[in-house]
Design a binder for this molecule. Structure first.
Ligand SMILES: NC(=O)C1=CN([C@@H]2O[C@H](COP(=O)(O)OP(=O)(O)OC[C@H]3O[C@@H](n4cnc5c(N)ncnc54)[C@H](OP(=O)(O)O)[C@@H]3O)[C@@H](O)[C@H]2O)C=CC1
Ligand SMILES: Nc1nc(=O)c2c([nH]1)NC[C@@H]1CN(c3ccc(C(=O)N[C@@H](CCC(=O)O)C(=O)O)cc3)C=[N+]21
Length: 294
């Protein structure tokens, strides 16, 4: 059997088209133009590329894009002062501080400083708490993308055995919360999980967010399972350019799984699309308008 590919390009285009239509409506009916500010500290080339692509897509959807670049030597106070300025700016509806930040800066302090109304990354403890409590709030973009892709395969996730490998605040934990909200039976595995291959083999839906290239092997996958590969790992190649690969051994997985997301061209594209969605949601909430239907 060869697994069905869950195409992130098509799915992300569909989400972005919905965003653009909603932005056009908000601008015509309410003069509201959603704005997204991205803060990049340091000059990590991968982060810089990601920030550029977000900026382009934000503008393409009819929204405003703001970029703030600080040197790798920036102090925590300097970062906090940029965040304070963005919190106070009414044309900025979403703030994302690209992670990781250089080691002299405490990421928790920066995240806590973001106005929760503008927390489009869904990383503020208030956003995390709302999600855990089953209340409406801003949800991290990558987990929203994972859920969207799973739902292109399964109309309902109720009662499914879901295993999430990874427990970060950015991916693993919020993915698990979203799956729970969809009534899946959720297991969260991590570096201390005993017999991880056996735990993974239970999964009808397997989400890999580990950060290790090709870590999940084909024989860890239940035949016919849906596999969502969140990993973005750059591995060296002979030509020196390097290539992106996921946390799942893709060539093995396609032999066993029912459906699988590719890397690149999978979850990463959905992350950026849902960042735009969250920015529109934040803009509507700030303007006292009902939540948009995207
Ligand atoms: N596609 C996208 O849009 C995005 C992709 N990513 C990518 O997703 C991956 C994960 O990111 P992130 O969650 O931020 O990473 P973190 O490093 O924060 O978390 C990794 C998780 O994997 C677990 N882990 C590490 N080694 C093992 C092991 N041997 N067995 C089982 N579990 C293990 C860790 O467990 P423990 O907690 O016990 O240490 C941890 O919970 C990365 O490749 C990242 O680049 C991230 C964000 C967005
Ligand atoms: N505060 C914060 N929020 C994040 O959401 C966040 C972050 N920091 N730091 C880094 C990770 C990583 N991440 C990616 C998003 C999109 C792609 C993406 O668009 N990938 C495409 C193209 C990749 C390429 O070709 O370079 C793909 O997979 O096809 C990748 C990775 C978000 N992250």
């Amino acid at each position: 059997m060869t697994a069905r590919l869950i195409d992130g390009k098509t799915a992300a285009e569909a989400v972005r088209a919905g965003v653009a239509a909603e932005v056009a409506r908000l601008s015509a009916a309410h003069g509201l133009v959603p704005g997204l500010a991205v803060v990049l500290v340091g000059d990590d080339p991968a982060s810089a590329a990601y920030v550029r692509s977000k900026g382009k897509q934000t503008v393409a959807a009819g929204m405003r894009s703001f970029e703030h670049r600080l040197p790798a030597t920036a102090t925590q106070d300097e970062v906090l002062s940029v965040v304070a300025q963005l919190n106070a700016d009414p044309s900025v509806h979403g703030i994302l501080v690209q992670l990781p930040v250089p080691k002299q800066i405490d990421p928790h302090a920066v995240i806590l400083a973001i106005d929760p109304m503008k927390d489009v990354d869904g990383l503020h403890p208030l956003s995390a708490g709302l999600l855990a409590s089953g209340l409406p709030g801003l949800v991290p973009c990558t987990p929203l993308g994972c859920l969207y892709m799973a739902k292109t395969v399964h109309a309902s996730l109720a009662g499914m055995e879901a295993v999430v490998v990874g427990r970060s605040n950015l991916v693993g934990k919020p993915v698990a919360q979203l799956l729970l909200r969809e009534n899946a039976t959720v297991t969260i595995a991590h570096s201390q999980t005993r017999d991880l291959p056996a735990v993974c083999r239970r999964a009808d839906l397997l989400v890999a967010a580990v950060g290790k290239p090709g870590f999940i092997r084909g024989d860890w996958i239940k035949p016919g399972a849906t596999v969502i590969d969140v990993g973005i790992n750059r591995v060296p190649t002979a030509d020196g350019k390097g290539r992106l690969t996921g946390d799942v051994a893709f060539e093995e997985a396609v032999q066993v799984a029912g459906a699988v997301t590719p890397v690149p061209g999978g979850v990463g594209l959905m992350t950026v699309a849902f960042l735009l969605v969250n920015t529109v949601r934040a803009a509507c909430a700030a303007a006292g308008l009902p939540a948009p239907k995207i």
